[in-house]
Design a protein around this ligand. Structure first.
Ligand code: HEC
Ligand code: HEC
Ligand code: HEC
Ligand code: HEC
Ligand code: HEC
Ligand code: HEC
Ligand code: HEC
Ligand code: HEC
Length: 491
């Protein structure tokens, strides 16, 4: 049961008539002392109201969050530390309630006054001190929690979730989610996917945090529910065991998988990953005899239960090559599949070439138990990349004959003329094969995403597009390209 009902809360006294306990099941008032006065050095932190039952001071009134939070690891953080067998004083900061996680910078709570009431990561770890609010629970005193992680990760989740054992903040900081494109993050129609605040608003969480009104990147609290959820790792949407459209990543990574004749950008895919995995992507030429969703990539099938997260969010332990000693727990929060590695073997946000020496093919591909050998999966990837590159170039050459000025106004390929042509459909498929590759250091890297997400369908789309363009416009590919295509393995 999520909320206590009025009949079960015997000692309820309605303090503010307009917020009567029987009409507002989120907030309940009680007539007994909620807390003992905290020592002044604790800077207004209250901690637990009843250590035995795990009731926080805040939880006396906010019974919804109290019930959800009690199910999370945060409510067990002290015991987890003690039971580890190697608890030391310096461990305690991140396993108790103090200035870490909120906007305070001076020692507070447990770090100022090490009492049991401050054990565990409780409400005030994130919300900050609650004394003023509890004494006068009005709008003016609300301790709003941050959803941002602050400069140098010095507020919010990142303040504890950092360091060699759990470098979530450091890895996230280098990812696209921390570095969202500014203009898209601030714009209506874009910010739902391009900002943390926009996504939360879309999902019904609005303005109940410190940065309300500001633009915040896709931070921890965007994907994770701070009070807990029924999903592993308290995610707001599941990553495993669900239909692809229902999974966390697909809430955003699912836009313009097909050409859109009504948009001036309509000839370019925009985050087509979900469509690729489910086989529902691209322009289907008339000569293509398969149905949408038919060629589901093995990566989007039931065989890959964690979907995107299998390859993009998987952790590994990096040890020193010479001594075998622990270096870092790579927690998969750079969100890169096959991440590039630095000289110590630690995943970096930098780009690199496509090779097993430069990248980690192990964690996401073989570590997940899907592939048995790194060389095998690398060679399958490079083969698919080479085939897609050759077909892409052939289609590009044909389309250059059909419409020499490409996307510029006039000709068969013109997103703004209100007409949708066969050449435009083919153009979209060509862009799909190379999606995300324009600014990569190695041109071959343009094709790795399509090669990983759905090589079979992408290849079929390109082959059928080439035939359709040749047929419709009476053009044919240059002999050298045809020869190159014939020489590719498997053709
Ligand atoms: C005595 C009851 C009581 C206690 C204890 C209490 N609150 Fe509140 N809280 C309220 C009331 C009443 C409101 C609504 C205030 C308003 O909007 O005017 C509120 C509002 C809030 C809100 C804003 C809710 C929203 O939807 O915008 C937050 C966040 C909050 N409290 C956090 C806390 C935290 C954290 C603690 C513990 C430090 C705490 N509260 C303790 C009664 C309480
Ligand atoms: C005061 C330090 C601290 C802060 C602030 C903090 N955490 Fe944690 N977190 C921990 C510790 C310690 C654990 C491990 C608890 C255990 O299992 O014993 C943990 C565990 C977790 C887990 C693992 C799942 C679970 O239920 O145990 C998730 C997910 C998580 N935290 C997310 C967050 C998010 C999101 C935020 C910010 C909204 C956050 N944390 C803020 C210290 C913190
Ligand atoms: C910088 C903050 C920080 C410090 C310092 C810290 N921890 Fe943690 N600890 C965390 C976080 C965050 C997690 C959750 C990590 C996750 O879920 O991946 C955690 C998780 C744990 C867990 C797993 C909890 C469980 O129930 O499974 C144990 C055990 C633990 N820490 C012990 C220690 C010990 C022992 C020390 C000191 C040697 C220590 N911690 C110091 C932040 C910290
Ligand atoms: C790990 C950090 C964290 C902890 C622990 C935490 N909160 Fe929150 N809380 C947040 C964040 C971030 C938000 C805003 C985003 C959201 O609502 O999901 C929030 C929102 C709220 C709100 C307003 C929206 C709502 O869900 O009703 C209330 C009330 C609240 N918290 C109370 C509590 C109470 C009571 C506890 C302890 C039982 C608690 N929180 C523990 C981070 C935290
Ligand atoms: C884009 C979404 C996303 C963002 C942003 C994100 N995470 Fe995660 N997080 C995930 C996914 C997915 C998992 C894996 C869940 C699973 O394996 O079932 C995860 C797992 C975790 C875990 C649990 C790991 C364990 O030991 O089981 C912790 C702790 C965590 N994240 C903390 C954070 C923190 C802290 C931040 C911000 C610095 C953050 N996350 C940002 C999606 C996200
Ligand atoms: C709230 C929306 C949202 C969610 C949820 C989300 N993403 Fe993202 N993701 C984005 C946006 C927006 C970008 C592009 C940021 C930019 O470059 O402006 C991005 C970027 C990325 C990138 C890097 C792409 C690049 O070109 O740099 C990867 C990889 C990625 N996301 C994977 C994932 C995975 C895996 C999940 C699920 C665990 C996920 N994302 C969940 C919105 C989201
Ligand atoms: C349904 C979610 C969604 C919507 C709505 C959306 N985007 Fe995106 N967009 C993404 C995701 C996710 C990415 C990350 C690239 C990828 O998926 O490969 C992205 C990538 C981008 C990029 C490339 C960023 C990079 O670093 O490569 C730009 C620019 C962009 N979007 C602009 C916009 C603009 C402008 C709008 C509004 C007109 C918009 N987006 C609407 C989800 C969305
Ligand atoms: C089988 C493993 C696998 C699965 C499953 C998978 N991806 Fe990928 N993804 C990759 C590989 C490999 C790349 C290419 C990485 C590179 O070029 O550095 C990639 C590239 C990307 C990119 C572009 C990243 C960039 O740096 O340009 C995004 C965004 C992305 N994937 C999101 C997703 C989403 C969202 C899902 C789920 C709908 C998903 N992926 C499922 C392996 C996978």
């Amino acid at each position: 049961m999520k909320y206590l009902s009025c009949t079960r809360v015997l000692s309820v006294l309605v303090l503010i008539a307009s917020l009567g306990a029987c009409t507002d099941e989120e907030i309940v008032f009680r007539d007994r002392e909620l807390f003992e006065d905290p020592p002044a050095v604790a800077l207004g932190m209250l901690g637990y109201s009843n250590l035995e039952t795990g009731l926080t001071t805040c939880g006396n009134c906010h019974i919804g969050p109290q019930g959800d939070w009690a199910e999370t690891g945060h409510a067990e953080a002290w015991d987890g530390l003690q039971n580890s067998g190697h608890a030391q004083a310096f461990c305690e900061s991140c396993h108790t309630t103090n200035e870490l996680g909120n906007t305070l910078t001076e020692p507070a709570g447990y770090n100022a006054s090490p009492e049991e009431r401050y054990h565990d990561v409780t409400c005030e770890s994130c919300h900050g001190p609650g004394l003023a609010h509890v004494q006068d629970p009005s709008n003016a005193t609300i301790p709003f929690a941050p959803i941002d992680v602050g400069v140098d990760n010095m507020q919010g989740c990142g303040e504890c979730h950092q360091g060699a054992h759990h470098p979530f903040a450091e890895q996230w900081e280098g990812s696209g989610h921390a570095n969202v494109t500014g203009f898209a993050a601030g714009r209506d129609g874009c910010k739902n996917c391009h900002s943390g605040n926009g996504a939360l608003a879309k999902w019904g969480v609005e303005d109940a945090y410190l940065e309300a009104g500001a633009t915040v990147s896709i931070t921890c609290a965007t994907c994770h529910d701070p009070h807990g959820s029924d999903n592993p790792a308290n995610l707001r949407f599941a990553v495993g065991g669900v239909e692809i459209e229902d999974n966390l990543c697909s809430q955003c990574h699912d836009r313009r998988s097909e050409p859109d004749p009504t948009s001036s950008h309509g000839l370019h895919p925009h985050s087509p990953e979900t469509g690729l995995l489910s086989g529902d992507v691209g322009w289907f030429p008339p000569n293509l005899t398969i149905d949408r969703g038919e060629i589901i990539a093995s990566h989007g099938s039931e065989g890959n239960d964690r979907l995107c997260a299998t390859c993009h969010v998987t952790s590994s332990t990096v040890t020193d090559a010479a001594t075998g000693e622990f270096v870092i727990n790579a927690v998969g929060h750079g969100f890169n599949a096959i991440p590039c590695l630095n000289s110590e073997g630690i995943p970096t946000a930098e780009d690199c070439g496509l090779s097993t020496a430069e990248r980690d093919f192990e964690t996401g591909c073989t570590g997940a138990g899907c592939h048995t050998s790194v060389t095998g999966v690398f060679s399958a990837t490079s083969t698919a990349v080479a085939r897609l590159a050759a077909l892409h170039d052939e289609l590009e050459a044909l389309l250059a004959i059909v419409d020499p000025n490409g996307e510029d106004a006039g000709g068969e390929i013109d997103a703004r003329d209100g007409l949708f042509t066969l050449a435009e459909g083919a153009y979209f498929n060509m862009e799909l094969a190379a999606f995300g590759g324009s600014d990569r250091p190695d041109p071959g890297l343009a094709y790795t995403a399509a090669a990983a997400h759905n090589p079979f369908l992408t290849e079929q789309l390109l082959i059928a597009s080439i035939a359709a363009v040749e047929d419709e416009y009476g053009v044919s590919a240059s002999p050298s390209l045809v020869r190159e295509r014939m020489l590719k393995p498997g053709n």
